[in-house]
Design a protein around this ligand. Structure first.
Ligand code: G3I
Length: 346
């Protein structure tokens, strides 16, 4: 019995996968993916810098293996992500002389990229994170190159193009800290505006980069309810629970804070105490209980990585920590106490 089997009547259980996993180089990891998950997300392999590193060069090696794995497993297969301000090469934004492009030229470059990538995987990717992380914490637009040149139209144009290229694919907006009312307000204002204009947007991904004690369940629940009330699917994307200290940030994971500058921050903090391990299993139980309560609104819950040894949180906010954020440990053992608790509430 896998994790996915506990929640078949509720939502997909997804996992973010990497190149080694999709190319079959780590059979024991592949077996775990198959056993526990019925949805896949590509952790890095379909991001612009990977799939389209130079203007005239696309690299579909990862993507092809990824969708083949999705097909083989019969998994609900996610594309992540078409437009983001990170992991995008600088050439995208400038002309040969190095000058920032104008709006029309930039949007046409963006649309070409979407046509190539979403077009190649038409019918093979079930849902796309079309735009990722375009808002600030206060609900204003992030001053990315995309926004500086094209304003919020870049978001609308990206969704329009993605729908034109693959009309059957679901299309999502994805961001972190969507549990923050101010940030969510900005996102939902735009999403509703797009809907009113006839632009397809099916769901909002709430990245679940959580900590042991924050955000609160009430804050997450408020987010789930408001997104659903606005008429969108809710997805808990990128779920993990950071068990290591992040002094200076009591409000939850803000991926833009420079923790290294925090005087109280201890970069050598490693490992998990018995207290933290107990808190971790309680946190996951509480979270899944909440997700179960709202299973009519939530279509998918995706973990950001297969096991603790593969988590990006070993390298954030500084490199080379030993973190324990997932449900499978570095020895590829399922955390049985957590699994048992999830089974009890499923
Ligand atoms: O592949 C290189 C390797 O060759 C090199 O030796 C090593 C040393 O720097 O870096 C490796 O690349 C790293 C890559 O992950 C693969 O592990 C990059 O430095 C590192 O920046 C990159 O981090 C990724 C991060 O996005 C980039 O912003 C994480 O794996 C990935 O989990 C993370 O995912 C994002 C979501 O896409 C969006 N939401 C937030 C989430 C967490 O940041």
């Amino acid at each position: 019995e896998g994790l996915k089997d506990l929640f078949t009547d509720s939502f997909y259980i997804g996992v973010a996968v990497n190149g080694q996993q999709v190319s079959g180089k780590v059979p024991e990891e592949l077996a775990l993916i198959e056993r526990h998950f019925n949805s896949l997300s590509p952790e890095n392999g379909l991001k612009w810098e990977k799939v389209h590193p130079e203007m005239d060069r696309y690299d579909f090696e990862f993507g092809d293996a990824y969708v083949a794995l999705g097909e083989k497993l019969g998994a609900f297969t996610i594309g992540h992500c078409l437009v983001w301000h990170q992991q995008v090469p600088n050439w995208v934004f400038v002309d040969e002389a190095g000058r920032l492009l104008g709006k029309e030229a930039l949007l046409s470059r963006m649309e070409d990229h979407i046509a190539q990538v979403a077009g190649r995987y038409k019918g093979k990717i079930d849902g796309w994170d079309v735009v990722n992380e375009a808002f600030n914490e206060d609900g204003s637009y992030r001053e990315s190159n995309w926004y500086k040149v094209a304003g919020k139209d870049f978001i609308k144009a990206a969704f329009r193009k993605a729908h034109e290229v693959d009309p059957a694919a679901e299309l999502y907006y994805n961001d972190y800290n969507v549990w923050k009312a101010s940030k969510r307000a900005g996102i939902l204002t735009l999403a509703k505006e797009m809907k009113a204009e006839g632009i397809q947007i099916d769901g909002i991904g709430m990245q679940g980069h959580y900590m042991l004690e924050s955000p609160s369940l009430e804050q997450i629940e408020q987010g789930i309810i408001e997104i659903a009330e606005a008429g969108f699917q809710v997805m808990i994307t990128e779920l993990d629970v950071d068990v290591l200290p992040r002094p200076g940030n009591t409000q939850g994971a803000d991926l833009n804070i420079n923790f290294a500058n925090s005087p109280k921050y201890n970069p050598f903090a490693n490992g998990i105490s018995p207290e933290s391990a107990a808190k971790l299993s309680q946190r996951y139980t509480d979270l899944f209980q909440l997700f179960q309560k709202h299973k009519d609104k939530i279509s998918r819950v995706t973990f950001w990585g297969l096991h603790d040894g593969r988590s990006w949180l070993n390298n954030f906010p500084v490199r080379s920590r030993t973190n324990y954020p997932l449900l499978i440990d570095r020895d590829l053992k399922v955390k049985e106490d957590v699994f048992a608790k999830l089974k009890a509430i499923s």
